[in-house]
Design a protein around this ligand. Sequence first.
Ligand code: IPE
Ligand code: MG
Length: 235
Amino acid sequence: MDGNGRWAQSQGHLRTLGHREGSHAVRRIVRAARRLGVQALTLFAFSEQNWERPAPEVMALMELLREYLLTEREELLENGIRLRAVGRIDRLPATVRDVLDPLMAETAELRGMTLTLALSYGGREEIVDVARRLAERARAGELDPREVDEALFEANVPSVDVGRVDLLVRTGGEQRISNFLLWGAAYAELHFTERLWPDFDEADLYEAVAAYQRRDRRFGRVTSADHEPHPRAAE
Ligand code: IPE
Ligand code: MG
């Protein structure tokens, strides 16, 4: 979700106003994705690297996140949306954790759609965390290092819990992945749009999905297939 700052600055406002407008876009897109029948939507809301932004901007983002969680509770429950979070959640302030944790618990059994917020998230950091956990299990004698293969590694990557990424959309004109879902997006179709996140609407989402539907996904094979083969399938 890129372009909040530029959206605000282009209108002579402070960056934080762009983030507020961006939170309205989140509401709109979560609703539209649910209506489209999307099973899983992961939003890159705050990266590990975003902590380096000026403190007032970080505080404003955390406050907006808290507000979003408080006001969207009913919408999530009514629409059967399960809320998850990936990232170094323990770094978030208590004001956010206090609303995030209960809402994740309350929606845990819902299956209409899974909405995952990537918070204090980094794709490399996530992969390193998996490596560390597996190494610790090996040291404790619970895991034979020879058992570590792609499938076992992947089973420990939290952001892949809802499946691998089919479509990755980046707004705001940059054409890079910027440490988003590195493991799960290995074969993701990429869609880049100039649209700044606060302006991103239903029509833009439909356009991204339509572009995805025109792609031919082969996953390294010669004939097209709908789904990325599971690593075990190759054995
Ligand atoms: C939002 O856009 C991304 C978040 C960290 C929430 P930006 O804040 O990166 O906006 P630009 O890139 O400066 O326009
Ligand atoms: Mg940006």
